[in-house]
Write a protein that binds this ligand. Structure first.
Ligand code: IMP
Ligand code: MG
Length: 179
């Protein structure tokens, strides 16, 4: 697997540092509010697991799985719910936990969908963001870091379901995409 990697973009140490900063902010902002952290499967599972353990206030978690149609590296704008929440979010403080914000299409759709369920508040926490790729404007309350327009894998992020188990965020060799 390592031989497919061109370079490491963000090391696991840098990720851990950012994640802990985000966890501190969330712990401060939501103290006494019992927020519901919503992990967007599958990519956000690794970030969620780490973020969760940097939060030291009462909170709940739930999972949602959506798929945006398209190729392996481009979103098409169509989003389908594969698994919905188990939790009723009416009057709850909800934080959507995302691995990466790219075109914004997925999160835009999700925010519209969840807003209709009348949460008390609805915000986004994303580890990574590619600002130059945005098609839909999405308000982000918590952001780990902006990155260049590069397709990345690792730390939960995949290319054709591979590489999620890399501990760093990495750039693949261009010939991997060409295969
Ligand atoms: P968006 O709807 O275009 O913002 O895409 C969001 C989703 O696409 C993310 O939750 C990821 O699952 C996936 N995605 C976007 N960029 C990347 C990337 O660079 N590597 C891996 N997955 C990505
Ligand atoms: Mg994905």
């Amino acid at each position: 697997m390592r031989e497919d990697i061109l370079e490491i973009m963000i090391t696991s140490d840098e990720i851990a540092e950012k994640t802990s900063e985000l966890g501190k902010l969330i712990s401060h902002d939501y103290a006494g509010k019992n927020p519901l952290l919503v992990c967007i499967l599958k990519g956000s599972s690794v970030f969620m697991a780490d973020l969760l353990r940097t939060i030291d206030i009462e909170c709940n978690i739930d999972f949602m799985c959506v798929s945006s149609y398209g190729s392996a590296t481009e979103s098409s704008g169509m989003v389908k719910i594969i698994k919905d929440l188990d939790t009723n979010i009416q009057d709850r403080h909800v934080i959507i936990v995302e691995d990466i914000l790219d075109s914004g299409v997925t999160l835009f759709f999700l925010l519209e969908l969840l807003k209709d369920r009348k949460p008390k508040s609805l915000d986004v926490c994303t580890l990574l963001s590619k600002p130059t790729r945005r098609i839909r404007e999405v308000p982000v309350k918590y952001k780990g870091m902006d990155i260049e327009d590069e397709f990345v894998v690792g730390y939960g992020l995949d290319y054709n379901e591979k590489y999620r188990n890399l501990k760093d965020v990495c750039i693949l060799k261009p010939d991997i995409y060409a295969k």
